[in-house]
Design a protein around this ligand. Structure first.
Ligand code: IVH
Length: 684
């Protein structure tokens, strides 16, 4: 069959099939293909597209991972502010809210509520605009940001498979949608992906993400779309807007339309006729927490009818027509049996509580973090105490309080924070103004071990086969004392280690060899500079373009990089100021590491934004405001249209302001403009 089709037709066909199967998999949760079958279709499409580059289209399922945002994200105004919700913590508060809602509406009207799970992620706005042949295509994805202005994370949003890149005419018709609209919803990181990510982070000697929400937030702001694609974020849609207004007259029909048009909608949503039914819904929802595979922290209750919502309006930052019922954190009580002191890559000593096993929300907990010495003092906790342990969205549980702490029963003993490094015995040091105790012995075996593991980790230099066991053997044998030594390992040496045969020795050497072409950003991350995480490493690499340029940079030059402030610049200067670190870089270079980076093009973060100035500003002249906007990369135009990003309005602003309001264009005053510019300023 396939051979009878032209390449163009076959490509179309494959795309349609892939989209259909993505929909079945990600939205309907009922896949019809095995992963291997899906991959085979995708590979066929990719091969055809490679052969016929002129046929590649941005909305092809093969194009989820595309270009990277080089220099941070562009800020964009929302079509309508993204608000937060007021909370209710118990039934009484919930019923009081219901009463307020009904009091505010004519007594003749009945109120229906839509209950949705409150997904513990972060909200996103997806803007769709007309694509080819009557379709709608994903134009932009924005984070919530400060509610008025979000960050353009489109390249990352595109990697989320439950976000349709384009929507067919048929689906738009079936759902009653125009070609331009906006979808809002929640992006979440499934628990399984979260656990995997934290395992990787831990192997890399990085602090684990505290909870899936933080991990999702970090991921969506990562500058490498291919990393985002690996993390398996998921998106659940709940709002549908057009020109900043709700498109449909009910929340319930909105959810239906979203589903029909191909978005993933959480299946537990329900339309209910009374607050009693809502109370039942909440009671039924709470036990779901441990079965869903993603975190929820409550139930969101929304007035169904958009017309009623409009009459109820807003208070401050939250709508009156919706409320979040928050579940209590999951907690348990258990005994603190021991405290372990772990030495990390940077020498930081972290106390970890060893607990008598306790089941909290379906998980057996035996460890909790105690953070640092101050936290132990704050809690007043002693060995043998019974402690209240909480597990929120946090997978690392924490001790929240000592139970019955006034009368320490006999048998409890003080937790003594060690004065000496538990691994190498050198004196621990606590710098002025810091809470952490550190082992400052750079050759402390614990530190070297963690450094090597960090360097080899998948998200860093990605050297497979260099895990705990191998690193331990290499250290014991004395073959490596630091990361550069990896590049001088020989096969003879490896063959002397336990459980290493010719094949695995060669495999490890190949992996190490392969890591020589790792990007500058990864090498920087691998060097383990303080405060230089994945994102900062990427920004630095893009900005300086070479290791030498970075090493030669002054504080001022470093702080010219987006998101680099004095603390980070200081740490970088200190690091490269040390002879042994310079030597390390030289040894890596001598080993053949290439430190390759693409230098960024000159995109500043107001790029793509259009401003209209109107009225008299309190301090700035029209000319100086214009100059400031333009030097940050923005454009100033004379007339307001739907494409205008912001209208900056001062005293006696006239028709331009009215037009902005009627088009839903964001309006700033002078202070707002300065704030926006400040956010763009590299040192800010
Ligand atoms: S409605 C003004 N629905 O909860 C309307 N929000 O605490 C606000 N959230 O910022 C959004 N699940 O990030 C809505 N089904 C749901 C939600 C949900 C999670 C988040 C959202 C919002 C926060 C407010």
């Amino acid at each position: 069959m396939a051979s009878a089709l032209s390449p163009h037709q076959e490509i179309q066909e494959l795309r349609d099939q892939l989209r259909h199967h993505e929909y079945l998999y990600y939205v309907e949760d009922s896949p019809e293909l095995t992963d291997a079958q899906y991959d085979a279709l995708m590979n066929r499409l990719k091969r055809l597209e490679e052969k016929h580059p002129e046929l590649v289209a941005a909305d092809s399922p093969s194009q989820r991972v595309g270009g990277k945002p080089k220099d941070g994200f562009v800020k964009m105004p929302h079509s309508r502010p993204m608000l937060s919700l007021d909370n209710a913590y118990n039934e009484e508060e919930l019923r009081a809210w219901d009463q307020r809602v009904r009091d505010a509406l004519p007594s003749t009207e009945s109120v229906r509520y839509v209950c949705e799970l409150k997904l513990d992620g972060l909200s996103l706005a997806l803007q769709y605009s007309p694509g080819a042949h009557g379709t709608a295509h994903l134009e932009r994805g924005l984070t919530r940001g400060d509610g008025s202005i979000g960050e353009d994370v489109t390249s990352n949003v595109r990697t989320i498979r439950s976000v349709p890149l384009s929507i067919s005419v048929e689906k738009l018709k079936a759902a009653g949608l125009p070609q331009s609209f906006e979808v809002r919803g929640e992006v979440v990181l499934p628990q399984s992906a979260f656990v995997k990510l934290n395992e990787e982070r831990e192997a890399a000697g990085q602090a684990p993400a505290a909870n899936p929400r933080n991990a999702a937030a970090g991921t969506i702001r990562t500058l490498e779309p291919n990393i985002v694609a690996q993390r398996r974020l998921d998106f659940y849609a709940y709002f549908l807007l057009r020109d900043g207004e709700f498109l449909l007259p009910q929340q319930s029909t909105t959810l239906d339309a979203l589903k029909t048009s191909g978005f993933r909608v959480n299946k537990y949503a329900k339309t209910l006729k009374s607050i009693d039914e809502v109370v039942t819904f909440i009671a039924d929802a709470e036990p779901l927490r441990d079965t869903l595979g993603y975190e929820i922290d409550g139930v969101v209750i929304k007035v169904d009818a958009t017309a009623q919502q409009r009459r109820l309006g807003f208070t401050g930052k939250a709508p009156r027509w919706a409320i979040a019922y928050k579940f209590a954190a999951r907690a348990g009580i258990t005994k603190l049996e021991d405290v372990l002191f772990q030495v990390g890559r940077t020498g930081k000593v972290t106390p970890v509580a060893a607990l008598a096993p306790v089941s909290i929300g379906g998980t057996t907990v035996t460890r909790a973090t105690l953070h640092n010495a101050d936290e132990i003092a704050r809690l007043g906790v002693r060995l043998g105490d019974y402690v209240q342990v909480e597990r929120g969205g946090d997978v690392i549980p924490k001790i929240v309080e000592v139970v019955d702490d006034k009368t320490h029963p006999r048998g409890t003993t003080e937790i003594v924070f060690p004065k000496l490094c538990p691994e190498c015995g050198s004196a621990l040091v606590r710098a002025d103004g810091e809470v952490d105790w550190r082992c400052v012995n750079a050759s402390c075996p614990a530190r070297v071990r963690e450094e090597l593991l960090h360097f080899a980790a998948r998200s860093v230099m990605n050297i497979e086969g260099l895990g705990d066991a191998m690193v331990a053997q290499l250290l014991v044998a004395g073959y490596v004392k630091g990361i550069a030594d990896l590049y001088w390992l020989t096969k003879q040496q490896l063959l002397k280690l336990e459980r290493v045969g010719d094949k695995s020795a060669q495999a490890l050497l190949d992996e190490i060899e392969g890591s020589k072409s790792a990007s500058l950003a990864r090498v920087l991350l691998g060097l383990g500079l303080r405060f230089v995480g994945e994102r900062t490493a990427q920004l630095l690499a893009a900005h300086f373009g070479s290791m030498d340029a970075l090493m030669a940079a002054s504080a001022e030059e470093l702080e010219a990089v987006n998101e680099v402030g004095p603390r980070v610049s200081q740490a970088i200067l200190e690091f490269f100021g040390e002879a042994k670190n310079k030597e390390l870089v030289e040894r890596l270079r001598a080993a053949g590491l290439t430190f390759t980076a693409e230098k960024r093009t000159t995109t500043t973060t107001l790029d793509g934004l259009t401003f209209v100035l109107t009225g008299t500003l309190p301090n700035l002249t029209r000319e100086s405001a214009k100059e400031k906007i333009e030097s940050a990369g923005g454009r100033v135009s004379g007339s307001v249209s739907k494409k205008t990003s912001y209208v900056v309005a001062g005293e006696e602003a006239g028709s331009k302001l009215d037009r902005a309001n009627s088009l839903g264009v964001a309006v700033l005053d002078e202070a707002g403009l300065l704030k926006l510019l400040e956010k763009e300023s590299p040192t800010g």
